[in-house]
Write a protein of this length. Structure first.
Length: 534
């Protein structure tokens, strides 16, 4: 062997050993509890994340090592009430971690004013302005403008459930069918009509492939930077990365073949369309832009001002053209589909499972609906105002089965911070597992029990204070200023469907939830029967 090669290998080996010794002995996080291999390389974390068991793996780490665990050379997992407030509370100086850049489409990397990507945005001034700008459209008041549109689709969905003749069907798939068609209806006044097809056309499978791949790849920021800066290289790297970790190759979601051309056609009618471009190709989420537009028939604009959500967003642009860039309309419209379909599905699946599984809960909802005269025509405001128990059921279901199973990475600010009793230097990435915090008995007494009553006030100051504390620990829609911008859209869809299901059916379930997921966690293995009420 040539001496130069020997010296080179020796130098490389020495460098690796020095890095390992530093990370295990001298690194600022070296004294934190956690698996030793986790302190050596992020590969340890990636190997476990790839299995799709974050909802089990991360809580188990806390059981073994305590409220703060080192899970990578510069990353820690925390589980404490104070940590939630520090990292995710309103006004927190902790910023989003680099992992989120894996969620950024290549064309959202631009720094100009027309960038719109609320999930990955790190410029807080721009983020706050954009959140305020879309606020009127995504408020409950904004949603109620589209109530008749949603009710019409739900009637079609309920009619289809009646035609199943009490047959047991896959609960998760049917809730996904609803989520896809409901989001399309509210956004665009029309849908693919997966409801009549009685299947989701592979959208959930494609979503799973997307998150399986990108949740792991996002743990390596340098790799994300490389693949997004030079997309052609990224395409070639995809196969070896997938093979190395045993991951599927991401494929596009079929729903975007419908959504992209319809949104773009509507936006083409704006007076000002500067900056509006089709979304860049992104494997695993949006299929080839060419494929989405060829052969698609696009209807004319629906009649009636603000009949749908896209019309509301276009009106915001027309009213505030200087402050609401037309490209933002495109960005948030497509986000309804990309970010909304699976989380809404998970919430609906967990709610229906818990209502049907607990007969006393289903009967109480039916009784309260009758007493409060809730009907098919009742508005969202009437339903949640008259029957707070339904909202309690929804919150408790989201506590037991959070939609997000991965840690939500945040970066410790420049002065460092004391978290869970340990000092963490600036630049440390921290995160919480909702499956750990939501099942922690110090935050939620009797955490394994389904108790909607924990969210209901009895009018006393003590109970009000306790609910406030629970709310601070509950992160069903995220927390603080970075909470889900579409949460009222999700509530709107979920509340309306649950109300109609309770009014129309006695629901029965069989099987037990089998959880699987990477970033989001889905409930599989449960079948449901919708028996019409007499």
């Amino acid at each position: 062997m040539p001496s130069a090669l020997v010296h080179g290998l020796g130098a490389l080996t020495t460098s690796i050993l020095c890095i390992i010794i530093y990370r295990l002995s001298l690194h600022p996080l070296a004294k934190l509890p956690g698996p030793k291999l986790a302190g050596v390389s992020t590969l340890w974390l990636a190997w476990h994340v790839r299995k799709g068991r974050n909802h089990i793996f991360m809580p188990e780490l806390h059981k073994k090592y305590g409220p703060i665990v080192r899970i990578a050379p510069n990353q820690v997992l925390v589980c404490s009430e104070d940590a939630i407030r520090q990292a995710y509370g309103a006004g927190s100086p902790f910023t989003k971690g680099q992992w989120y850049q894996v969620c950024a489409a290549p064309d959202s990397r631009r720094k100009g004013e027309n960038r719109f990507d609320l999930l990955t945005e790190t410029n807080m001034n721009r983020y706050k302005h954009q959140r305020r700008a879309i606020g009127p459209a995504y408020s409950i008041k904004g949603m109620e403008k589209h109530e008749a549109l949603l009710d019409s689709y739900i009637t079609h969905f309920i009619s289809t459930l009646h035609s199943l003749n009490e047959e047991f069907v896959d609960l998760s798939e049917w809730m996904h069918i609803f989520a896809l068609d409901a989001l399309a209806t509210v956004t665009l006044s029309k849908s693919v009509d997966y409801t009549s097809k009685r299947n989701d056309d592979g959208n959930m499978s494609a979503s799973d492939k997307h998150w399986a791949y990108f949740t792991v790849v996002g743990l390596f920021p340098w790799l994300v930077e490389l693949t997004q800066s030079i997309p052609k290289i990224g395409m070639y790297l995809m196969m070896p990365i997938a093979l190395a970790f045993g991951l599927p190759i991401p494929t596009g979601l079929p729903i975007f073949k419908f959504a992209v051309p319809n949104v773009l056609d509507r936006l083409s009618k704006l007076d000002s369309t500067a900056g509006i471009k089709p979304p860049a190709d992104r494997p695993g989420l949006v299929t080839s832009v060419r494929d989405t537009q060829e052969g698609q028939e696009v209807d004319e604009d629906p009649p009636g001002e603000e009949k749908d959500l896209l019309a509301s967003l276009m009106k915001l642009h027309a009213d505030k053209e200087a402050r609401f860039h037309p490209a933002w309309v495109l960005g948030i419209s497509l986000t309804n589909f990309g970010a909304g379909h699976d989380t809404t599905t998970i919430t609906l699946t967990s709610c229906v499972w818990n209502i049907a599984k607990h007969a006393e809960v289903q009967k109480r909802l039916q009784r309260e609906f009758q007493e409060k005269r809730i009907t098919r025509e009742s508005s969202y405001t009437d339903i949640v105002g008259e029957v707070p128990y339904l909202w309690a059921v929804m919150k408790e279901s989201m506590r037991l089965f959070p939609a997000i199973g991965f840690m939500m990475p945040r970066v410790v600010p420049k002065d460092g911070a004391k978290v869970a009793g340990r000092y963490l230097p600036a630049g440390t990435t921290i995160g919480v597992s909702l499956y750990a915090t939501h099942s922690d008995s110090s935050m939620f007494p009797n955490p394994k029990k389904f108790l909607p009553e924990r969210w209901l006030s009895d009018g006393t100051k003590e109970k009000k204070r306790e609910i406030g504390r629970l709310d601070a620990c509950w992160m069903g829609f995220g927390g603080g200023s970075r909470s889900c911008p579409g949460q009222y859209l999700a509530r709107f869809l979920v509340v309306h469907l649950l109300a109609r299901l309770v009014l129309e059916f006695d629901m029965q379930v069989k099987g037990s939830p089998v959880l699987k997921g990477w970033f989001s966690v889905h409930l599989h293995g449960v079948d449901v029967s919708f028996r019409p009420r007499v």
